[in-house]
Design a protein around this ligand. Structure first.
Ligand code: XMP
Length: 325
């Protein structure tokens, strides 16, 4: 039978045997997989581990600050914070096609990652929070014929990275590769990760950039960040966070007419997307209570300048996807 204690003991032993006293780089996202991995590696190799967090400017309000503070002050794990907001915004400027947007963000992530790893390195290993379902789709990695090690040639977009250049071949450390998500959550918990991270809603690597349909601008990022914050706040104060697989706001690139006081408005709509799901592969739209919907709508329209309408997405997956891009 699988116990987290036995797993941790074994994984720590394996990592130590493999890595020795060489250096490992981990790209932290703040999600449960990379955070659990950071805890595990910190336990196994201590300061041979370097955690890097690339802030592409598409995170939710307050989250980059929260992540760094949690790791530094509460977990005592140093995080090398990289502010790359301007570069990422420049890369998506004028881009409206969702796939082009995702690719641009993926490529920029690699560039920043590469530059920073040269600056902080050299590193011998790259740690990845690869899970069992990812391993099955192993076309994303090659096996070095001499050593039998899995070498990164491409990290999937859901790990934030779209493909590493050929001359940047790290050896991989992937201690979570035999685990499913629910096992990672148990593992994280027993390593001491707070519930705040263990049960955090999934969040896409390209972040808010793929929740702003069409062109991403600094102004639209601010609008969406504020609307999204209200969604989370209203859900949290009702103790409903765990009633949803995900609950978030999407900004549409069209405008509609409304009225505020005695003024005509012509502004953007926010889509509210709340879903239940087991694994993200299929999903059902959530029958969220009317008072929650009402509170979110009232607050967004009143507090977020540039928005005059809130609509609720009642599409399941399939045929919809959870994200809008
Ligand atoms: P879709 O929109 O395909 O999303 O129904 C399924 C789940 O995957 C998440 N998602 C991503 N996660 N990088 C990620 O790490 C991505 O590029 C990405 N795109 C979608 C989505 O939030 C949902 O939980």
């Amino acid at each position: 039978t699988w116990t987290t204690e036995a797993f941790i003991e074994e994984a720590v032993r394996e990592v130590r045997a493999k890595v020795g006293d060489r250096r490992v780089l981990l790209a932290l996202s703040g999600g449960v997989d990379s955070s659990t991995l950071a805890f595990l590696l910190n336990k196994a190799i201590g300061d041979k581990l370097t955690c890097m967090f690339i802030d592409q400017g598409f995170m939710r309000k307050g989250e980059p600050e929260r992540l760094v503070k949690l790791f530094e002050e509460e977990f005592h794990i140093h995080v090398s914070y990289v502010n790359a907001r301007d570069r990422f915004l420049a890369k998506v400027e004028g881009v409206t096609d969702p796939e082009v947007k995702r690719k641009r963000i993926g490529h920029e992530f690699i560039r920043v990652f590469e530059e920073e790893s040269r600056r902080l390195g050299p590193f011998d290993y790259l740690a990845q929070g690869t899970l069992y379902p990812d391993v099955i789709e192993s076309a994303d990695t090659n096996v070095d014929p001499k050593t039998g090690e899995r070498v990164a040639v491409k990290i999937k977009s859901h790990h934030n990275v779209g493909g590493l250049p050929k001359d940047l071949q790290f050896k991989l450390v992937e201690p979570l590769r035999k685990l499913f998500k629910d096992e990672v959550r148990k593992l994280g918990r027993s390593l001491g990760l707070p519930e705040e991270i263990v049960r955090r809603h999934p969040f896409p690597g390209p972040g808010l950039a793929i929740r702003i349909l069409g062109e991403v601008t600094a102004e639209k990022l601010n609008i969406l960040r504020d609307a999204d914050y209200i969604v989370r706040e209203e859900i949290r104060i009702r103790g409903m966070y765990h009633d949803f697989w995900q609950a978030f706001a999407v900004l549409l690139p069209v405008r509609s007419v409304g009225v505020m006081g005695d003024q005509r408005t012509y502004a953007y709509p926010i889509v509210l997307r709340c879903v239940s799901s087991e694994d993200g592969m299929t999903a059902d739209w959530s029958r969220a209570p009317y008072d929650l919907l009402e509170a979110i709508s009232n607050r967004i329209v009143n507090e977020v300048k540039g928005v005059n309408r809130v609509v609720y997405d009642i599409t399941s997956k399939p045929p919809g996807t959870i994200e809008w891009e």
